[in-house]
Design a binder for this molecule. Structure first.
Ligand code: PEP
Length: 248
């Protein structure tokens, strides 16, 4: 599997507005490429009911690295599995920056997700400062290597990777297709080195950061960009479906 487009709703939505959005995705019929939506925890049951037996998968935006216990406010992998989630986003830059998710904790979440049968969407990406200092590759390599070191090469190879430059998320500022392709090629190269060439070729590497219907085709036309992780534009069915169509 290489092509995939995933919506990250972040902390947006409500029962009524979700119903319309999920209904429109379902009604789009057979998707030209695999697609999924990662919704806030309280709406997993709604997503499941709306999307079951459709071509649209669903998942969550984070998960605890712990199996169960006294972790107030946390949600476990088994709980996500109870709602038939296929995917879970781990290491989103908002979790890393605002909620203290370290490389080590992200690796533990990847390990837990895989053990529970979920597909992690592992986010990596540099800040604007880091890009300007010329350390983009070092940053994404460190984020990827932590998963390889702590969860193992098999775990890394089992993830969907999402390259999301922090400076492009929700800012309207997109990496150029060439900038994004360069990092994607670097990531695939590292996966080849650590996990083997065949697995690197099979790994889905998504781009995320202000993807819109207007720029999706140029980004997705790059050799190592296999689709997108879409924030703002995934909240509008027409835009999200146009982005999915651009990934074919
Ligand atoms: C995201 O939240 O992962 C994201 C890429 O957001 P946006 O598309 O709004 O930049």
């Amino acid at each position: 599997m290489r092509k995939l487009v995933v919506g990250n709703w972040k902390m947006h939505g409500g029962l009524a507005v979700n119903g319309a959005l999920l209904g429109a995705l379902r009604a789009a019929g057979h998707a030209p490429c695999p697609m999924a939506v990662c919704v806030p925890f309280p709406y997993l049951a709604q997503a499941r009911a709306a999307l079951e037996d459709s071509t649209v998968a669903w998942g969550a935006q984070d998960v605890s690295e712990h199996a169960s216990g006294a972790y107030t406010g946390e949600v476990s992998v088994a709980m996500l599995a109870d709602f038939a989630c296929r995917y879970v986003i781990v290491g989103h830059s908002e979790r890393r920056a605002l909620f203290g998710d370290s490389d080590e904790r992200v690796a533990a979440k990847v390990k837990a997700a895989l053990a529970g049968g979920l597909k992690p969407i592992l986010c990596v990406g540099e800040t604007l400062d880091e890009r300007e200092q010329g350390v983009t590759e070092a940053v994404v390599e460190r984020q990827l290597a932590a998963v390889c070191r702590l969860a193992g090469a098999d775990a890394l190879a089992a993830c969907v990777i999402a390259y999301e430059p922090v400076w492009a998320i929700g800012t309207g500022r997109t990496a150029t297709p060439e900038q994004a392709q360069a990092v994607h090629a670097f990531l695939r190269g590292r996966i080849a080195q650590w996990c083997g060439a065949d697995r690197a070729v099979a790994t889905t590497i998504l781009y995320g950061g202000s993807v819109k219907p207007q720029n999706a085709a140029d980004l997705f036309g790059q050799a190592d960009i296999d689709g997108g992780l879409i924030g703002g534009a995934s909240l509008v069915a027409e835009d999200f479906l146009a982005i999915v169509a651009a990934a074919v």
